[in-house]
Design a protein around this ligand. Structure first.
Ligand SMILES: [Zn+2]
Length: 62
């Protein structure tokens, strides 16, 4: 069985990241996933910014 990397690309820069933030950043926008770098850009001084959770590529397994 092939190992499937569970990665999502960032909505803004298209880079995949191990941790992404689920956010809305436009008044009528949809939920999107952004990397921590872009998250800083879109969350600052943005009245439409809504935080919807954190997505991690690796689920904690214990
Ligand atoms: Zn990004």
């Amino acid at each position: 069985m092939a190992v499937r990397a569970r990665v999502k690309p960032c909505h803004i820069c298209n880079q995949s990241a191990p941790v992404l933030y689920r956010v809305k950043y436009e008044e009528e926008g949809d939920w999107v996933f952004v990397c921590p770098n872009c998250w800083q850009d879109i969350s600052q001084d943005n009245p439409f910014y809504v935080y919807g959770g954190t997505w991690k590529a690796e689920k904690a397994k214990k």
